[in-house]
Design a protein around this ligand. Structure first.
Ligand SMILES: NC(=O)C1=CN([C@@H]2O[C@H](COP(=O)(O)OP(=O)(O)OC[C@H]3O[C@@H](n4cnc5c(N)ncnc54)[C@H](OP(=O)(O)O)[C@@H]3O)[C@@H](O)[C@H]2O)[C@@H](O)CC1
Ligand SMILES: Nc1ncnc2c1ncn2[C@@H]1O[C@H](COP(=O)(O)OP(=O)(O)O)[C@@H](O)[C@H]1O
Ligand SMILES: [K+]
Length: 487
């Protein structure tokens, strides 16, 4: 944001104008509240506070009753914040002297992008009072105390009903617990030109179709099933084969031309409970898997869901990896517990690897690797892991992060909470495999898979079980194909 700000100023917009627009956008948001009388603006010592002074002035000019309190010393304000304070005609009160219970709406303009350390002392006490007040809070840029780069709370932060930010959202608006603390996020245009992005070249994105649509493959008129790839899902024993069957359904619905499920002989009868379109194949060990995979048209292998851990699993991965596209999930990942370098070797000989751990699996994979596990945010951890493995890493959760070893990363925002249900991750691994089989590059395939998975859940609706997810893809694909054809 500092660079975007600088770019806008160089292009001729004074920084005070940016602040005026930022404060006005906050005032607009506050004025929309059902009881915008008795507005209390709490300002901090930097430019976040400056935005607060502007918002207070604009609201007062519009006839609202506004009180303003400043944390810190008015004489110490500098730059634009100082000018904004000079143009505020009302009283500047002491936060300790204001009764928050008298406020209808509180504007939280204490700290934003400049939060430099954990809140303590008077700042923390004020944020805690705000949090306990139960009043609707509109946060300027970020709820104060929330770290915009990590989504973590530094000391304390108060739950906002709405957060008004500027130009673009920041990672802290998307990563938990920040996402939840922000309430509804409104992005205000304050006149920073989009061209600023060309100068900044951001590497962090929201996972949405614009990010991967160019790489997404709509079936070609002259295509055939082999031109849409052949994915193999390797199953564990009969009693855990449900997970692999879910993956296989995901891969097929995601558009792989053919899907084979490699099952131990004892599990073959159970395949009858799955789609008839999925081709079962008896495979009892790494040797038989090698025989199956002698056919190079089988270009993508999904291993992990219900597979069981240990040496046998590693042996199967070694057979599958060379020159092939792989998705590794669940047991396939935990069988590399504490030896992520061995997984990096798998990635290096493959034609592209996506790993899809949840937090527990991630912690086991990178046990002892402080540089990965202690990176400052979920975003940074996923990036560090991708770099370590030389593979695309999908770190699942409410705020799934997808990272490429080259530093690109995306944060998903479309998964409904009811997606957290047994087997949902198995379907995700299958969808990713289905997209890889069709030839999508791994990062785009992983981003698309995560987005499609979230959309499929919405399509299926509350009460969702994992079996519904592949079915949900049909409606999502109808809309996506139509949008791509129109574009
Ligand atoms: N850039 C842009 O494009 C635009 C930016 N805009 C706005 O500017 C905001 C960023 O402003 P900013 O950089 O002045 O930082 P800000 O969040 O006010 O905090 C810095 C102050 O807080 C203090 N402080 C920090 N941590 C602390 C702690 N733990 N406990 C106590 N004090 C602490 C720190 O003091 P110090 O560290 O120096 O002791 C300093 O005084 C941004 O969020 C947006 O609202 C808009 O106007 C539109 C254009
Ligand atoms: N709170 C949440 N909101 C939205 N999606 C979630 C939430 N928690 C988990 N998920 C998603 O649910 C899926 C669960 O996958 P996983 O943990 O592998 O479960 P399983 O092994 O049972 O399939 C992942 O795609 C994850 O991103
Ligand atoms: K704030």
């Amino acid at each position: 944001m500092a660079r975007a700000d600088k770019f806008a100023v160089e292009m001729g917009t004074p920084s005070m104008t940016l602040m005026d627009r930022a404060g006005t956008a906050v005032a607009d948001a506050v004025a929309r509240y059902p009881y915008p009388t008795r507005i209390l603006v709490l300002c901090g010592p930097g430019n976040n506070g400056g935005d607060g002074f502007v918002a207070a002035r604009v609201l007062a000019q519009r006839g609202f009753k506004v009180r303003l309190a400043l944390l810190g010393d008015r004489d110490k304000l500098t730059g634009d914040a100082r000018r904004a304070a000079e143009r505020w005609r009302g009283a500047v009160e002491e936060p300790a002297a204001v009764d928050l219970d008298e406020a209808g709406v509180i504007v939280d303009a204490l700290f934003g992008a400049g939060l430099a350390r954990d809140l303590d002392g008077a700042a923390r006490a004020l944020v805690e009072r705000m949090a306990q007040s139960g009043k609707p809070i509109v946060a300027v840029d970020l709820p104060s105390g929330l770290d915009g780069a990590t989504g973590k709370v530094r000391g304390a932060a108060a739950q906002a009903v709405e957060t008004v930010t500027f130009f673009r959202r920041k990672p802290g608006h998307l990563l938990e617990p920040g996402r939840s603390l922000c309430g509804r996020v409104r992005v205000a245009d304050i006149g920073i030109p989009d061209e600023a992005l060309e100068a900044i070249r951001p590497q962090t994105f929201v996972d949405m179709p614009a990010l991967w649509r160019d790489a997404f493959l709509v079936p070609a008129a002259g295509g055939h099933k082999y031109s849409r790839g052949h994915a193999v899902v390797v199953s564990g024993p009969a009693w855990t084969s449900g997970a692999a069957r879910l993956s296989a359904r995901g891969a097929l619905r995601a558009g792989a031309g053919l899907v084979t499920i490699a099952l131990p002989r004892d599990a073959l009868p159970l395949q009858a409970a799955s789609y008839a379109a999925i081709m079962p194949r008896p495979v009892d060990g790494a040797g038989e898997l090698a025989e199956l995979l002698a056919d190079r048209r089988l270009n993508t292998v999904v291993l992990g869901p219900g597979l069981g851990g240990g040496e046998q699993t590693r042996a199967k991965i070694d057979v599958a990896a060379p020159g092939r596209r792989l998705v590794l999930d669940a047991d396939a990942l935990t069988s590399y517990e504490g030896v992520p370098w061995a997984l990096a070797a798998v990635a290096a000989c493959s034609d592209g690897l996506i790993v899809t751990p949840h937090e527990g699996e991630f912690a086991r994979m990178f046990r002892g690797d402080g540089e990965v596990l202690e990176a400052p945010s979920k975003l940074a951890r996923t990036r560090a892991a991708a770099r370590r493995l030389g593979a695309v890493v999908v770190l699942k959760g409410a705020d799934t992060v997808i990272a490429h070893p080259d530093g690109r990363a995306a944060i998903a925002e479309n998964a409904p909470a009811y997606l957290a249900t047994a087997g949902a991750g198995d379907v995700l691994a299958g969808i990713a495999g289905g997209l890889l089989a069709q030839g999508m590059p791994p990062f785009e395939a992983a981003c698309a898979a995560v987005w499609l998975h979230g959309e499929a859940a919405r399509e299926a609706g509350p009460g969702l079980i994992a079996d519904d997810l592949p079915e949900g893809l049909r409606g999502v694909y109808s809309r996506l194909y139509a949008a791509i054809e129109k574009a």
